[in-house]
Design a protein around this ligand. Sequence first.
Ligand code: ATP
Ligand code: MG
Length: 339
Amino acid sequence: MRPVGLDIGTNYTKTTADGKEVLLFPSVVVFGEEKDWSLKKSHKDVYIGQEALDIVQNIENVEVLRPLHEGRLMHKSYLELAKYALSSLNVSEPVIGTGLPVKSSRQEREELTKNLETELNAKVILFPEPVGTLAHMGVETGVCIDIGFGTTDLVVISHMEYLKGDTMLMGVDRLYENFEVTIRNKAGISLTPEEMTNLLTKEGYEIGRIRGGRRISVKHETIIDDYNSLMLSWVERISNRAKMLMEGLSTSIVDKIVLTGGGAALPNVYEEFQKRFEDVGKIIMPDDPIRANAKGYYVLAKIFSGEIEKAEPEKVEETKKAEEKKGGKKVEEKKKGKK
Ligand SMILES: Nc1ncnc2c1ncn2[C@@H]1O[C@H](COP(=O)(O)OP(=O)(O)OP(=O)(O)O)[C@@H](O)[C@H]1O
Ligand SMILES: [Mg+2]
């Protein structure tokens, strides 16, 4: 059986069959309806990922399915995403390492596992979402804050055992909701989440629309200050909750605080967390926070399928690289005593 890492997120599905190359596609499923005419004779029953998103943007009245919403499993469309992932990776009979929000219900966990196993002829091992990143980085004792699109998930683990965790309905979506309103008030145009990501992450990026017979454009440089002030209060709420979860923990556990998920890759978020956790511990980030959970689920699936005994040490290297890339100082790792 081949190990596969599968991270079905609210916004993007990430999957890998070798722990290195990660396929990413939007977590969108559209069931095709018979059209009046078909010019290319290319009618399909189901559209997945980018193809589904293209249909949504161009045709009205189609039902769009996203399996995860506000941290809950809404319907079985995750099966379609999983099937698409496996066929793209060209894998059958896999051992799938995957994740759900920390505060998912026991029923959701059992249902996801059972359905994936029976429909995909797979063996499934399920983890609280942020554990993927910790496994990818070879961190067996530590804290992980995973800022996804729909939820922010927090876990504390010790020697690879779950101690406690939380799910906040405070993902990138909350930040974007406010940001979108600001842009609409300022420029009079509405942006999609994908456009906002491009605008924020690419310097010099510009989005234009025709409105009232005129060209209107929004530039990275003109909105970044508005973004920064919204981001500050958003980060404050997440970091307060994370500090609450860490209250009373042994300092040896909080030595490594890992920040992951797409939200961690937005401008200035990492730097803000560093400032706010200065007196607690060092914040580290994987090289690619969007794909890190999928890579870690792969490692865990591989351990499960008996191919390797332990996570490979190369993971720690990536932590260092990410720190250097971020310009962070390498602090000598000292073992701190218990409180
Ligand atoms: N370079 C980038 N490309 C795409 N998205 C990015 C990038 N940098 C930051 N992001 C943000 O990351 C978000 C997706 O993050 P992520 O994939 O971790 O969420 P998710 O796993 O789908 O959601 P959740 O974990 O809440 O279910 C995007 O919506 C976007 O706002
Ligand atoms: Mg996620």
